[in-house]
Design a protein around this ligand. Structure first.
Ligand code: PHE
Length: 333
């Protein structure tokens, strides 16, 4: 009688499984060996019609064959799932060492950075941020600031005149007048912005630059407050203790007047002009100078920027050179 060669079948199954590397192939092979039309099923179905003695022997062999097949498929299933999982992980994995795509991320201009820093530091001292026009009249830029037409200070702040008689403001001090006209004291404001002078550009001059004006008017603000405010701002801005010097100077709209210098890299450097608001200026805008007093200051935003970031030519700040400006990007990109 014909006897099944289970060993050869098992071998064949093993060989077939070796070529399987996807679930659908696995299912095909499995149904070939364990499915309804498989040799196994066929053999199992012959059992019932066998004589008892033969049935015992055959049955044992068939069931042994069945278990062996099942073990083969279970083992294959495990290793197949593991391989698939490994492939999936390899595909999903992010290689953090690969260079990112280069892209330009905008950087804030160093002058904007300085302006922002000043505004936020002054805000902490209770200063409001205000604005004034860049095109001014002679009155706001000079006359109201105690600087009549014949005054030599008009020449020293020579600027650009428009055909209608207006001018480009030579300093932000014009905002002092506008603020005092619009608001009753007490006043505590700063006003950063562009100013213009008829200067030939060089490493330290530019016909257009930026200032930040400050004005405090109340009944008691003194030179001491002026000094304390400005030292606080300077040390906050440069993030270190500074040697600060107030040198007697002259401005038509302050009395007394000072230039403020800081000791920087082994030399005194002028960082701004300041003083107590001249009584004539208060009177020009209808503020009673027998009740009110105050102080004013004007700082050069370029000068502060150049000192803070070690920039040696003011023109770099206006050229729009990407390579230069990207250095000020927060993350250096
Ligand atoms: N406006 C002056 C300048 O441009 C600076 C200044 C402002 C001085 C306020 C005193 C008070 O040089």
């Amino acid at each position: 009688r014909f006897r099944m060669d289970y060993d050869s079948l098992l071998k064949a199954c093993e060989e077939d499984l070796k070529t399987v590397d996807a679930i659908h192939q696995y299912d095909q092979v499995k149904s070939r060996y364990l499915g309804a039309k498989s040799v196994l099923k066929q053999q199992l179905s012959t059992l019932s019609s066998m004589p008892k003695a033969q049935k015992a022997v055959q049955g044992k062999a068939i069931h042994q064959f069945k278990r062996s097949l099942e073990t083969l498929f279970a083992t294959k299933k495990d290793s197949l799932e593991e391989a698939l999982e490994r492939a999936r992980l390899a595909e999903d994995c992010v290689d953090v060492t690969v260079d990112s795509v280069a892209y330009w991320k905008g950087a804030e201009h160093p002058l904007s950075l300085t302006q922002k820093r000043l505004v936020s530091m002054f805000a902490k001292l209770g200063f409001d941020l205000v604005d004034g026009p860049e095109i001014e009249t002679f009155y706001y830029n000079f006359t109201a600031l105690n600087t009549p037409k014949y005054h030599p200070a008009v020449t020293s702040q020579d600027t650009f005149y428009l055909s209608n008689g207006s001018l480009l403001r030579s300093h932000t001090s014009s905002v002092q007048i506008r603020m005092m006209e619009q608001h009753k004291p007490p006043l505590r404001v700063i006003s950063p912005g562009r100013v213009f002078r008829a200067d030939t550009p060089d490493a330290t001059h530019s016909p257009c630059f930026m200032q930040c004006e400050g004005l405090v008017v109340d009944t008691a603000s003194s030179l001491l407050d002026l000094r304390a405010t400005l030292v606080n701002i300077l040390e906050g801005f440069f993030e270190k203790k500074l040697k600060v010097r107030f040198r007697s100077s002259f401005f038509p709209f302050t009395e007394p007047s000072f230039e403020c210098d800081i000791w920087f890299n082994g030399q005194w450097l002028e960082v701004f002009g300041c003083g107590m608001v001249h009584p004539n200026v208060l009177e020009n805008v209808g503020v009673d100078s027998s009740i009110y007093q105050g102080f004013a200051f004007g700082m050069g935003i370029e000068r502060l920027t150049m000192l803070r970031y070690n920039i040696d030519d003011i023109r770099l700040l206006y050229e729009g050179d990407q390579a230069f400006l990207q250095q000020f990007s927060e993350d250096g990109l």
